[in-house]
Design a protein around this ligand. Structure first.
Ligand code: CAA
Length: 258
């Protein structure tokens, strides 16, 4: 397994756990974090023993945003020529199901990468926000788009224009997070969700997430057409045969991820 500078990578059963690990900078997201994360995601996606991926941080911070000290001296041309932030699309395009387990600060880029995950679990200590405007910029890793799709225009404008931070309860009410758990149970809960998903057929879980994500990209009729085609295609899998046969035979399915 690869050693990383800024993250930890563990395998717990069929769940891969990536922990952001720059404690002195509250897990600020710099280029090295991105490099490490891409390698870790590539490893976990290539590992047939892994069926779900948890992304987490520390008790104090999931991530307090993109690294402001790294960005501060950069010019427009630096940002444009390096296509700054574009590498983070790797997380959004992960094919295996991803779960963000957020405790403490998830600000700016921290909130944005949590929103890239398929399921967002929040500890009761979690704090979300897009404070970029206070730095003279706007969200740059998809926040203006994903936050608006997640919580609607009213709340997104409120957060993006004022830079204010919301707690876990407000985030849950707004539909940003799927549930809140006590901070001490966050990782266990995320692992349970990951194990549950990983106990299903992996190819089916992969197309399930693709189908839900398609709803953000297309019209209703095209989305439904996509869903139906993919639904039909699952009848070519061994796992559909196993899942339905197990139901008929009144036993638990034993998926072999094919
Ligand atoms: N980038 C770089 N360093 C950061 C950082 C960031 N985003 N957030 C925190 N740090 C560093 C601090 O500079 C400090 O380092 P030093 O000890 O070397 O001074 C260390 O982490 C601890 O932070 P604080 O002393 O500030 O801790 P605090 O408890 O007093 O405050 C906080 C916590 C409210 C989260 C505060 O650190 C803060 O406001 N951070 C910045 C939040 C922010 O603006 N995020 C958006 C970044 S821009 C962005 O993300 C663009 C985008 O769209 C992708």
């Amino acid at each position: 397994m690869t050693d990383f500078e800024t993250i930890l990578l563990e395998r717990k059963g069929r769940v891969g756990v990536i922990t952001l690990n720059r404690p002195k900078a509250l897990n600020a997201l710099n280029s090295q974090v991105l490099k490490d994360l891409i390698v870790a995601l590539d490893e976990l996606e290539a590992d047939s023993g892994i069926g779900a991926i948890v992304l987490t941080g520390s008790e104090r911070a999931f991530a307090a945003g993109a690294d402001i000290k790294e960005m501060q001296p950069q010019s427009y041309m630096d940002m444009f020529m390096s296509d700054f932030f574009s590498g983070w699309d790797r997380l959004a395009s992960a094919r295996k199901p991803t779960i963000a387990a957020v405790a403490g600060y998830a600000l700016g880029g921290g909130c944005e990468i949590a929103m890239m995950c398929d399921i967002l679990l929040a500890a009761d200590t979690a704090k979300f926000g897009q404070p970029e405007i206070t730095l003279g910029v706007i969200p740059g890793i998809g926040g203006s788009q994903r936050l608006t799709r997640a919580v609607g225009k009213a709340k997104a404008m409120d957060l993006v224009l004022t830079g204010r931070t919301i707690d876990a309860e407000e985030a849950e009410r707004a539909g940003l997070v799927s549930r809140i758990v006590p901070a001490a149970e966050l990782l266990d809960e995320a692992l349970k969700v990951g194990e549950k998903i990983a106990s299903m057929s992996l190819p089916v879980a992969m197309v399930a997430k693709e189908a839900v994500n398609r709803s953000f990209e297309t019209t209703l009729s095209e989305g439904i057409r996509f869903e139906r085609r993919v639904f039909h295609s699952l009848f070519a899998t061994e796992d559909q045969t196993e899942g339905m046969t197990a139901f008929v035979e009144k036993r638990k399915p034993n998926f072999n991820h094919r």
